[in-house]
Design a protein around this ligand. Structure first.
Ligand code: P53
Length: 474
């Protein structure tokens, strides 16, 4: 048996992609509420286009999303029916601190999550909670400029202390920042950054990076003080960069691209900035806003485990403007001729999961947790509303097989596996509902039409069987 009997099988969601109820229960506005569906989404999530108010011309999918705000109990019951041992979800910062800089938290928001965690407990589901999944109160962006401002560290610390205290005994597994390296690729989502005209963007991103890393270390410290049972993880948008070929220039390029993502985790897991990063920033004249005592905080408060999302591997090639770019992903990659791709152009590489797990485990020697993996696909319900998603089953079975080999053959320590979007939800990259990941179909389209009815897909029974057999019956 490669997986231990307490292996955490489950699924993952994020508040802004499923909750909705954006103006209910005292909730404040967040950056993620303001990213519309459509062509303006990309310039907005990358901080290139300022968009801090709703307008008439855009559709905002996060406002209602799949309305889990009102459906959570039924949805949890479906997860329990599949046999989930864990459920990864995120807390909407603006439910707890609607503006972000209040002295007192919003009780209604705290109660909302307490009810969810108590229900999880009743169902025997261990919550795995992301403290921030791409969300930042809009007030903190307008007043303080988002994570480029050091004051954000204090606001985050307050949020962390509030939830660790309130949910002590109900939640043990926490992730500080979802896909922390996304900050470099989608800085509005990753750090609430909107670039000013003429601003040095690289400098702004690394100010934000240091502040998030510091906030992550402080949250780790507080979590351990409040309850030594707490286990804190970092979270990386993973996917090994392969060299395009054995040209040493391409091998070096792959190493460089891997470094650019891994440096965050190097800090969170090893407790210090790696030299390759410090040297590069020095050459590029980018400053890290390190103050007295910061380096000690980073060094003393490293994470307990490493979590990551894995959808695809990537390919690095020295700059060549003619290279065929793999489509549809925020991460730069040239096309891998050995792999097929999803309908959204994300290349499918199950073996890449084993490779990625080995690289990460070799580097940090801490338990891993696969907290996102899955296939975004167009699902077509038949006349009875049933989706026969064999393509999703194939994708997941192939990935789980490779994950199993990483454990069984390579000895990687692995805490669990939560597939992404266990119930259909809004896509982070595109804002579409039609890019579906779930075992559960939700009747809602890209423009907010539909009954929100939930229907199990073919993959629902398949995953139930996978969990019941602890990964043996794929
Ligand atoms: P969507 C890009 C590349 C890798 C991971 O993505 C990414 C993204 C963002 O598009 O994000 C993670 O919804 C993220 C989730 C997101 C999921 O991947 O664009 O943590 O919020 O939904 C899938 O298909």
């Amino acid at each position: 048996m490669p997986f231990s009997k307490d292996f955490l099988w489950g699924g993952a969601t994020a508040a802004n992609q499923c909750e909705g109820g954006y103006n209910q229960g005292g909730r404040g506005l967040a950056n993620v509420d303001l990213v519309p569906h459509g062509k303006d989404r990309f310039p907005i999530i990358t901080g290139e286009m300022k968009h801090l108010e709703f307008d008439e011309e855009h559709f905002y999918p996060a406002k209602e999303a799949i309305d889990m705000y009102h459906h959570w109990k039924d949805d949890l019951a479906l997860f329990a029916e599949m046999g989930f041992k864990t459920y990864r979800m995120s807390i909407a910062w603006t439910r707890i601190f609607p503006k972000g800089d209040e002295q007192e938290p919003n009780e209604e928001g705290l109660q909302f999550y307490e009810d969810i965690f108590k229900e999880c407990k009743r169902l025997g589901i261990e919550p795995l909670v992301t403290i921030t999944h791409f969300d930042c109160p809009v007030h903190l962006i307008k007043e303080y400029g988002g994570w480029r401002n050091r004051k954000m560290v204090g606001f985050y610390e307050k949020l962390a202390r509030t939830i660790f205290t309130r949910f002590k005994g109900l939640v043990r597994y926490w992730l500080t920042f979802n896909e922390i390296n996304m900050l470099l690729h989608a800085p509005f989502m990753g750090a609430g950054l909107v670039f000013e005209e003429g601003e040095n963007k690289e400098q702004a991103k690394y100010l934000a990076a240091h502040h998030e890393l510091l906030a992550s270390a402080l949250a780790t410290k507080i979590a351990h003080e409040i309850d030594p049972e707490n286990k804190i993880g970092c979270m990386l948008a993973a996917g090994e960069y392969y060299p395009f070929d054995c040209n040493p220039e391409n091998v070096l390029e792959a190493q460089k691209q891997n470094h650019d993502n891994l440096f965050f985790i190097d800090v969170q897991s090893r407790g210090k900035y790696p030299n390759y990063l410090l040297k590069r920033l020095e050459r590029e004249d980018v400053q890290l806003p390190i103050e007295t005592g910061d380096l000690e905080i980073l060094a003393e408060n490293t994470v307990d485990f490493i979590s990551f999302s894995y959808y695809s591997s990537r390919v690095a090639k020295i700059k060549d403007k003619d290279a065929d770019k793999s489509a549809g992903n925020i991460f730069e990659s040239v096309t891998n001729p050995y792999l097929k791709a999803s309908e959204w152009g994300w290349q499918i590489d199950p073996l890449g999961l084993r490779i990625t797990m080995n690289s990460i485990y070799d580097r940090y020697q801490k338990p891993l947790f696969v907290v996102e993996n899955g296939l975004g696909a167009l699902d077509k319900p038949d006349e009875n509303g049933f989706v026969a998603d064999d393509y999703r089953i194939d994708y997941m079975a192939a990935h789980i097989k490779e994950m199993k080999k990483a454990v069984e053959l390579d000895g990687v320590e692995l805490l669990g596996y939560t597939s992404w979007g266990c119930i259909d939800l809004v896509s982070a990259g595109t804002g579409e509902m039609s890019k579906r990941y779930g075992f559960i179909y939700v009747d809602r389209d890209d423009f907010g039409k539909g009954t929100l009815k939930r229907t199990s897909k073919k993959s629902f029974d398949w995953y139930k069987k996978v969990i019941a057999s602890n990964g043996e019956d794929l």
